[in-house]
Design a protein around this ligand. Structure first.
Ligand SMILES: O=P(O)(O)OC[C@H]1O[C@](O)(CO)[C@@H](O)[C@@H]1O
Length: 600
């Protein structure tokens, strides 16, 4: 049965209670027709409207006047928020209720960055003291490593760190590390140190990570909420072997530590529980960057004081999100506009375009949850097909996020967003560059050159360029349609005062809560991720087949024709190369084999 048929049959049984059955939703659906009559270039002429579509909080200016929306649209979206019981849902989250109902868990990543004296209850207990117990342990441990008080097995200081983890155990820390790498204060604290991230189970990622590193001066941090993720655990065993082969098995205790909720498996792996840093089930993996998942590796690299500023920035947004009126609430406004673009204007994608190379990993993070590592937050949170009550959805949820720092994206996919598909864009700009350059004789500084594009692109998308304008420029007739820009393409602009640790935390908080707002309105569970399980379980079958074929010579069985054909080819190539390897080993020619064949 097709999904639509299934949904229709399901709804015949009883009203679903879904948001799409409410009057505010139906009102917004009808409103799309009204909006369609007005081009953005006309809306932009309404100064009062534009002024009302700007809001400022804690140094950050949000300009959403280039959204294909009027003040009436906003009023309708706020009415939709009421119908979705948005305020109640936000309160339930902050009150520690188990809103992640399919996993029966609270959602309290805000507690990870709460001040020491804050009270945030989970299961009737204030969780903040436990958070600070771990933060204090991280502070002491990272200072011991950075000062050389804690040394490796051969007495050398551990100046390089490889953090092993994947998904939210990787992308969030990577995003923050990428953003801090060129921050002047952070750079000073990181002098002489390296922080690398090993995520992919592809041995190429191992090779890249250990390249140029000495096990004697390297600390490996195994980051895994469950401590069962196949990729992370095989990478952890691989680096454990790398350390043991160089320094002896006893060295592992001085060169491997862990971050997990599963301290039993940590100890079973061979890591001293005293060198393990806990977090809790009420922290979703993709929301865990403010837990030891991010704070530990980042503190090892930059020192706890810098990372604490990042936490404070995120907390600033938490407080704003919890208390600011929705009309001035950054995450609420962004979330409602996302719902407007996806569910009403029919724009399923979103481009995150930070005009700062330091945010190059923000978008990939948001992609999962979300910013360059921002994609991870979004699509793993809101890429769902059923409501939080398990009702099949007759409408799409989630955004297809992608992005690239400006101005690189302008030379990559901006052709499509200007003259092809309509993709709402988030432009993120910074007033003060982390690394200013102003060459003598140049018209503007390098940062002004960058930012001239940040300010120009949104208007180019909104206004476009008409045939009439082109004719006035004497553009040849046969090129008029090619050079016409339809415009009417929505975007929003976030202008940050600077990009220091605090601002990075603010940005994370804005996007984390924006994604929660979207899910609350769509009526889905943004905090589970059952969709990642099927692929994992099928991979287990293939893994067993590889073992049976390679170790016991067993034939391929239990797969469809196509997969069997692919597996046969894959295993055949391996047999040939194994024969070659054996031949070369016999004749001492192994060294001439391509590197990739030597380890088979
Ligand atoms: O931290 P763990 O348990 O190794 O999980 C890694 C990642 O895998 C997922 O469970 C699925 O992608 C993410 O939610 C999580 O961040």
């Amino acid at each position: 049965m097709e999904r639509e048929e299934f949904c229709w049959a399901y709804f015949q049984m009883a009203p679903s209670g879904l948001i799409y059955e409410t009057d505010p939703w139906k009102d917004l659906k009808a409103h799309v027709h009204d909006i369609g009559k007005t081009h953005l270039r006309e809306l932009m002429n309404d100064v009062e409207r534009c002024q009302s579509m700007m809001t400022d909080f804690d140094g950050i200016l949000l300009d959403y006047s280039r959204q294909c929306a009027t003040l009436d649209t906003l009023k309708k979206l706020h009415t939709l928020a009421e119908a979705a019981h948005l305020k109640e849902k936000i309160n339930r989250m902050f009150n520690g209720e188990r809103i992640n109902s399919t996993e029966n868990r609270s959602v309290l990543h805000m507690a990870l960055r709460a001040p020491r004296d804050a009270v945030i209850n989970g299961d009737g207990k204030n969780v903040v003291p436990d958070v600070w117990k771990v933060l204090d342990k991280i502070k002491d441990f990272s200072e011991a490593i950075r000062s050389g008080a804690w040394v490796g097995a051969t007495g050398k200081a551990l100046k390089d760190v490889i953090a092993i983890g994947i998904g939210g155990s990787f992308l969030g820390p990577l995003f923050v590390h990428s953003a801090l790498q060129t921050d002047p204060e952070a750079t000073e604290f990181a002098r002489g140190r390296q922080l690398r991230f090993l995520a992919n189970v592809d041995p190429i990622d191992v090779a890249r990570n250990i390249a140029g590193l000495n096990p004697e001066t390297t600390l490996v941090v195994v980051v895994s909420k469950t401590f069962t993720t196949a990729e992370t655990m095989l990478n952890a065993r691989t680096l454990r072997e790398w350390i043991a082969a160089a320094l002896g098995p006893q060295a592992v205790s001085k060169h491997m530590i862990a971050v997990s909720t599963n301290l039993t498996l940590v100890e079973k792996f061979g890591i001293d529980p005293n060198n393990a840093f806990a977090f809790w089930d009420w922290v979703g993996g993709r929301y865990s960057v403010c837990s030891a998942v991010g704070v530990l590796p980042l503190s090892l690299q930059y020192g706890f004081s810098v990372v604490e500023k990042f936490l404070k920035g995120a907390w600033s947004i938490d407080q704003h999100f919890r208390s600011a009126p929705f009309e001035k609430n950054l995450p609420v406004l962004l979330g409602l506009l996302s719902v407007w673009n996806v569910s009403f204007l029919g724009y399923p994608a979103r481009a995150i375009l930070p005009y700062s190379q330091a945010l190059e990993k923000f978008a990939p993070h948001i992609q999962q949850a979300c910013l360059f590592t921002v994609f991870v937050v979004s699509m793993e949170s809101n890429g769902k097909g059923v409501s939080i009550d398990g009702v099949p959805l007759p409408y799409e949820t989630g955004e297809i996020d992608f992005g690239e720092p400006g101005t690189n994206g302008q030379h990559s996919f901006y052709q499509l967003i200007h003259q092809g598909r309509v993709i709402p864009c988030d432009f993120i700009g910074v007033v003060k560059s982390q690394q200013p350059v102003y060459l003598k004789g140049e018209t503007v500084s390098n940062h002004d050159e960058l930012m001239s594009n940040f300010f120009a692109q949104p208007d180019a998308l909104a206004y476009g360029k008409t045939p009439e304008q082109l004719l006035k420029e004497d553009v040849p007739h046969h090129l008029i349609t090619h050079k016409t820009f339809s415009g009417n393409r929505p975007s929003l602009s976030l202008l940050l005062p600077s990009l220091n640790a605090y601002n990075i935390g603010q940005l994370l908080g804005i996007y984390e809560h924006r994604i929660a707002v979207e899910g609350f309105v769509w009526g889905i569970n943004s905090f589970d991720q059952w969709g990642v399980e099927l692929g994992k379980s099928l991979a287990t079958q293939v893994r067993k087949q590889f073992h049976a074929s390679r170790k016991k010579g067993e034939p391929i069985k239990g797969f469809n024709f196509s997969t069997t054909t692919l597996l046969t080819r894959y295993l055949e190539v391996w047999k040939t190369s194994s024969f070659l390897t054996a031949l070369c080993q016999i004749k001492g020619l192994k060294s001439v084999l391509p590197l990739c064949l030597r380890d088979i």
